[in-house]
Design a protein around this ligand. Sequence first.
Ligand SMILES: *Cc1c(COP(=O)(O)O)cnc(C)c1O
Length: 349
Amino acid sequence: MIDIQLSSKSNLKNTDFNNLGFGKIFTDHMLVADYFDGNWQTVNIIPYQPLVLDPSACCFHYGQEIFEGLKAFKHSDGKISIFRPDQNAERFNNSALRMGMPEIPKEIFIDGLCQLVKIDQNWIPTAEGTSLYIRPFMIATENILGVHSSKQYKFIIILSPVGSYFSVPKPLHIIIEEHYARAVKGGTGNAKNAGNYGATLLPTNLANKHGFDQILWIDYQKNIQEVGMMNVMFKINNEIHTPSLSHGTILDGITRKSIIQLVKDMGIPIFERDINISEIFEASQNGTLQEMFGTGTAAVILQIEKLTYQDKTITLNIDTFKTSSALKQTLINIQTGAKKDTHGWLTYI
Ligand SMILES: *Cc1c(COP(=O)(O)O)cnc(C)c1O
């Protein structure tokens, strides 16, 4: 049961849909569910508003915060779809488990976000490259400073109409990070928890200062993990290669999963395996490295033009990146209803 309290006024009229940016504008409503006494209590949809929390709330001290990111689209026939919310619900609960937080019933997660999107459906932008970004998250709210799993939590969903993640989509210049690590075996790399991102900000700022857009993260054996907040793929010798999830250091991306399926649909061989950076430089040298790209909800696919490691830089011509361009267009077409959803990825509301 969802308790709904509608906002008495809307900010829709004051919103400039030609200048959305990413995650800067929020809709009229939010969903909040509280967890205490070992159970999720009433689910509420209320006007978008600040939270009131005690300064001793656990989330301010010991990092129990997890989140998700997914998108809703308005099709040209007016139908509204959400892309693979079941996958986000499942990953959210995997993150909760890893961070010692309670799981949330899939029905609360999926029905909650469907209802919220329905209420704020007039906020879904329709211009090319735009969508309604959905941000579910959970914070620990018990007011106690002892280090332990909180006994109280808030599950919240907010919505943001978004344009392209990078205001001017541009080919990326990536640096392979040698000093700092994002995730290690046995750590939390495969959970979508706040701490993972906090740890990447200093290295990313330093990389930006040196003129690089993003970092390619590697492990201590120099095997490739991820690029920024995206999974990464390489086209080598007419095959796609992407790091495997087997070490628990890589986020199980839903875009990654979907692109893997689309690659198979195209009849292109795909390999999930350990990829050492030395292989990428060898492939570049012998002319078999054809494409490099990141995958993630926000940008779908971002093509990588240059990759730098120490004093060596690989430069590819992204105008020749036919496979990743086709994959991106196919996935966007499925999401926006321009192409048949043969895999049943869309949930209509
Ligand atoms: C969210 C995220 C991704 C991409 O996952 P999608 O489900 O495709 O959006 C990749 N890497 C990291 C570190 C992430 O947080």
